[in-house]
Each structure stands twice: as C-alpha cells, then as structure tokens.
Design a protein around this ligand. Structure first.
Ligand SMILES: Cc1cc2nc3c(=O)[nH]c(=O)nc-3n(C[C@H](O)[C@H](O)[C@H](O)COP(=O)(O)OP(=O)(O)OC[C@H]3O[C@@H](n4cnc5c(N)ncnc54)[C@H](O)[C@@H]3O)c2cc1C
Length: 339
C-alpha cells in the first residue's frame, strides 16, 4: 500500500527544480495502486497532477491536490510480423533507457529520439520529436485509465490525434486519461532517417556502411549534449516554445527585413519558423532576469537559482512580448503550467 505524503516538496520531481509543494504525493507502481490513488483524489475532491520525469512542466505555485508519480515498470516484445516488432513499455520506464534497450535488442526506429528526458508515459502527450522523427512515426497503440470511470482503454494512432508537439491528451481529453503503457512498432531492419540538416552535417565523412542505427543514436546524443544543458546541472525543460507555424506570405514579408530568417516548409499553406532564431535575433540569447535564456541555445530557458516556476514564466512572457513586437509572430509555450 503506497504512502500518501502530505505537503510534499516537488523540487526533485521537476527538471526546472522549482520548490513547490503538492498537498499530497503518491508514487504508484502498478495499475491497482493507480486506481486507488484516483479513488483517493475523487473522495477528497482533489485535482490531479500526473507526474512522469517532470521534464515538461512548469510548477509556478503550490499544487492544491494529489501529485501521482507514475512508476509502472516493465517492457516486452508482444508480437511480430514480417517487418515489425511490437514492443510494449510501461509508462514509468525512462524514455532514454528504453531507446537504448531497443537498440540493443535490434528493434529499430527510435534512434533519432535518443536522450530525450522523461518517461514513456508522457511521450505520446506531446508526440515527442527530434531530428526529423516523431513518436507518431513508431507508435502502435497505448493503454490508459479513464480517470472518471476507472476503465482501461486502448488508443490507436488515429484516436490519439497526434500533431506537432500535440495530441488529443492536450486537447479534447485533457486530464481525462492516465497512460499506463505504450506499444511501439519497430523495424526488424534499420530504416534510417538522416535528412535532418544537423544530423546530415554530423555524418559527413562516414561511408553508407558505417551509418548504422547505433551510430545515428550516438551522433544524436553528441549533438544534444553539445547544445542542451543537462537539467541536473542547470535546471530547464528543453525547448520552452514551439516553433511557430506561419503562412508562406508572412514568411515572404519577414524575409524583406530578415533575409537570413530560418524556416522549414511544412506544406503548401504552412511554414515553420525556428523560434530559437527569432529569440536570438531579438537579442535575448544569454539574457538574465530571475531566470536565464541559455547562452548556447536561445530556445532553452533555465532556472539556475532553482526558483518557483513564476521566475521562468516572467522571462517567457517578456520574450513573447518582444517577439510579437519585432516580428509580429506569436510564440506558444511548450511545457504545461501547474496548477
Ligand atoms: C534538456 C531537455 C531536452 C528536451 N528535448 C526534447 C526533445 O528533443 N523533443 C521533445 O519532444 N521534448 C523534449 N523535451 C521535453 C520532455 O523531455 C518531453 O516532453 C517528455 O516526453 C516529458 O516526459 P516527462 O515524463 O518528464 O513528463 P512530465 O513533465 O512529467 O509530464 C508532462 C505532461 O505529461 C503528463 N503526463 C506525464 N505522464 C503521464 C501519464 N502516464 N499519463 C498521462 N499524462 C501524463 C503530465 O501531467 C504533464 O502534463 C526536453 C526536455 C528537456 C529537459
């Protein structure tokens, strides 16, 4: 029977290291404990804060409810066909360790997503992505407990409604389901995706035979370590803003003033701008209020003084205002605020 710990400091449970307390905290290791925690919250009329690795949340004030740390563990090969292995991982598995496990076992497709912090259960929430691959590209299905009914439901790729750093769990089904496991559809043979410019550049000089999934994973890890601060040293949540999507005509307008603006085509009607470039060009890279814009990567806001999330939110708000004023582009925050 897990303990329900009162007035619990969440500083070690969020990578911004914000020292805020939850009224109650419980760590759940199986579905039965999860069901009991949901019941506990219902009886007390507590809102829920579902916690994985805490690497995509901003805790700005004390949380007036129950924080549930999802620690369900386990991974297994559930089936295979001619082309794919179907590998299921419980929500509390560490994402990066799971990627390494799959590589070791010869289950291919996760290599570009190496070293992303957090746990498996949170990965579908924002359809994690990096270096040209998104979770949706390797997703088969997930199981989640319906907070209202307590029933376990299976979600297909279609019912997850994945988008750019987005899914149904951030929209129509916000706070309604707790993910317990995710099943991935992973190649029996490598099918490498090395089109992403930074990846391509890092692989120059290697022969096609040398470019294996293991090498791609290694290169991705090296690039990430060189660009992104380790949250254990400098608290952060990775990219603080999504890359804004604009119309091609807005891009043409911006290019008149900023010919070197960084953009990526999405489709005929949409273009993605590099939010980091906008922040850098607006003069915010390395700037410090109570929180700081990382000097190597302007998209990352850091919390070196380990303050409440309000410090980072104040900096984010100043940046958003500056970007809107200078470029007429609205930045959207990626991590979720609590409470
Ligand atoms: C240095 C750094 C680099 C990063 N790089 C990337 C990157 O390249 N690409 C990328 O996409 N993201 C990146 N991120 C963001 C983050 O790692 C991912 O969003 C990750 O999936 C969050 O996992 P988590 O377990 O820490 O989630 P948490 O922060 O614990 O939770 C995030 C959200 O998911 C909900 N949630 C968590 N677990 C469950 C569950 N089991 N069921 C239902 N809801 C749940 C939470 O309530 C919360 O709303 C980075 C973060 C850092 C710190």
């Amino acid at each position: 029977m897990p303990l329900y710990l009162p007035h619990f400091n969440l500083q070690n449970y969020n990578t911004l290291a914000s020292p805020v307390c939850a009224d109650f905290f419980v760590s759940v290791k199986d579905e039965e404990e999860l069901q009991a925690a949901i019941k506990f919250a219902k009886e007390k009329n507590f809102p829920l804060l579902v916690l994985g690795g805490g690497s995509n949340i901003v805790l700005h004030e004390n949380f007036p409810g129950l924080a549930i740390h999802v620690q369900l563990l386990g991974k297994e090969l559930v089936r295979e066909d001619d082309e794919f292995y179907y590998v299921k991982a419980a929500a509390g598995e560490n994402w990066s360790d799971f990627v390494d496990y799959c590589l070791d076992e010869g289950f291919f497709g996760l290599e570009n997503l190496s070293l992303i912090p957090g746990n498996v259960g949170a990965a579908p929430i924002q359809n994690i992505g990096a270096y040209g691959v998104e979770l949706k590209d390797v997703f088969s299905e997930l199981s989640a407990v319906d907070v209202k009914s307590g029933l376990s439901i299976t979600f297909t790729p279609e019912s997850c409604q994945f988008g750019y750093r987005d899914s149904v769990f951030k929209n129509a089904l916000l706070d309604q389901f707790i993910i317990t496991s995710v099943t991935f559809k992973l190649g029996k043979k490598p099918n490498l995706n090395i089109q992403y410019p930074a990846l391509q550049a890092a692989l120059v000089g290697y022969s096609p035979q040398e470019i294996t999934p293991e090498l791609v994973s290694q290169v991705v890890c090296d690039i990430r370590r060189s660009k992104l601060p380790d949250p254990k040293q400098i608290p952060n949540v990775g990219s603080f803003f999504k890359n804004p999507i604009i119309t091609p005509s807005k891009l043409v307008e911006l290019q008149q003033t900023y010919p070197d603006i960084v953009s990526y085509p999405v489709d005929e009607t949409r273009v993605k701008l590099a939010a980091g470039w906008l922040i850098d060009r607006a003069g915010w890279k390395g700037r410090e209020l109570e929180a700081t814009v990382h000097a190597e990567q302007a998209l990352v806001l850091t919390n070196p003084k380990r303050l409440k999330g309000t410090a980072v939110l104040a900096l984010a708000s100043a940046i958003k205002e500056a970007i809107l004023l200078k470029f007429g582009v609205e930045l959207e925050q990626e991590p979720r605020n609590y409470p």
